[in-house]
Design a protein around this ligand. Sequence first.
Ligand code: FES
Ligand code: FES
Length: 156
Amino acid sequence: MSATPDTPLLYVLRNELHLIGPRFGCGLAQCGACSVLLDRKEIRSCVTPLVAVTGKSITTLEGLPSLWASERAKAAAAPALHPLQQAWIDVGVPQCGYCQSGMLIQAADLLSTNKRPTEAQIRAAMNGHLCRCGTYPKILSAIKQAAAVMAKERAR
Ligand code: FES
Ligand code: FES
């Protein structure tokens, strides 16, 4: 089936472009599993029609290393992983993994705009994302670790 202007962005990303980072969770903008960046701001792709993203930049989980390369002061080739992805591995965040793409996208949005967020700011930013496995404390630790690494790399 080909996409129409009303087709949700999530369906186009997964079914036509085969980008499987964003997931279908609730389909109602409630859980964050489908989150992507639209012009670097987190959106829920399950409720965003294709027509709303025409001419705009979309970043999925797959694009996070390139996003980080574009944010660093020094021009460099895209690293294998965004510092958030590395921190997720170091801290051992995922359990079933279903929510994690959306969590990483939201965290990338946060650290693009607020380079050293407080714990309260991290909690507030991540508040709209649900994890049935309860990985919230590890997510908090991983975001703090990534923020520190990113601050160091930006200063180089
Ligand atoms: S699937 Fe989009 S917010 Fe839940
Ligand atoms: S890791 Fe299982 S839902 Fe979050």
